[in-house]
Write a protein that binds this ligand. Structure first.
Ligand SMILES: Cc1cc2nc3c(=O)[nH]c(=O)nc-3n(C[C@H](O)[C@H](O)[C@H](O)COP(=O)(O)OP(=O)(O)OC[C@H]3O[C@@H](n4cnc5c(N)ncnc54)[C@H](O)[C@@H]3O)c2cc1C
Length: 218
């Protein structure tokens, strides 16, 4: 059921210079991992969508937010004081796991750029036995947000601007180094250019469109 509730900010934790985790009261807000909410500061008109980063099992809600420049709400939220009330509406979206994946009958491959990893973090933390592969595209390796939360043999970092840990290049380049798994479900989340490129690549290599689910942030 959709709802609109008030929630107090509990903590704002910087994880890089421009990316932070906003933790707030859950107050019974019901959602499925992979869904998003709409957040606004009461009294102000601007509202933005944010995928939920925390698990279905947590008694708080966390969001993983990148401060974009120039941007409005992502900057303002970063400097809110603990105890400030925000309004959250939702949950929204269908970017959730199919039963076939939860029951481990179908493998799942998550592909994200930047904070597009947020819904996958929620899904993975909510389904601890999941058979997944996480492919995360960033510019610099310090943007491998909380990578210790993923099993190291299931997490592949792709950094487009830096050599070192992981694959040097974009997620699409990494995918081209592997066979497309035609039995798997691919979930893609992040910017539209990545989602379009990866969709074209997968479909061009014989993956049925039904095996691809997408969520675009911008
Ligand atoms: C379904 C959905 C889920 C989303 N979940 C998240 C999330 O979990 N975390 C998150 O950080 N953002 C998320 N976003 C993006 C978010 O809603 C805002 O667009 C973002 O925070 C910028 O808002 P703003 O008011 O600061 O800037 P705006 O004034 O709205 O936008 C400024 C510019 O920044 C671009 N932009 C938006 N997001 C990014 C980004 N991450 N990186 C680079 N440029 C961007 C916009 O296209 C625009 O050109 C999501 C968007 C959608 C549609």
């Amino acid at each position: 059921m959709k709802e609109k509730i008030q929630s107090k900010i509990l903590e704002i934790r910087n994880i890089t210079e421009s990316t932070y985790i906003l933790k707030m009261e859950r107050n019974g807000f019901d959602f499925k991992a992979g869904q998003y909410l709409v957040l606004n500061v009461p009294g102000e008109r601007k509202a933005r969508e944010y995928s939920i980063y925390s698990s279905e099992l947590d008694d708080f809600i966390e969001l993983l937010i990148k401060e974009v420049n120039p941007g409005e709400l992502s900057h303002e939220l970063k400097y809110l004081k603990v105890g400030t009330k925000v309004q959250i509406g939702g949950p929204f979206g269908y970017f959730i796991l199919k039963d076939e994946v939860v029951n481990k009958k179908q493998p799942v491959i998550f592909v994200a750029t930047g904070t597009g990893i947020s819904p996958f973090h929620s899904i993975i933390q909510s389904n601890l036995e999941l058979d997944y592969q996480m492919i995360h595209g960033v510019r610099y390796k310090y943007e491998a947000y909380e990578k210790e939360h993923y099993k190291s043999n299931r997490y592949q970092l792709c950094s487009s601007a830096e050599n070192g840990i992981g694959f040097k290049g974009r997620v699409t380049d990494f995918l081209k180094t592997e066979q497309v798994n035609r039995k798997a479900l691919y979930y893609l989340c992040g910017n539209s250019a990545m989602v379009d490129d990866v969709t074209d690549f997968l479909e061009g290599n014989g993956l049925p469109a039904d095996n691809i689910k997408t969520e675009i942030f911008f």
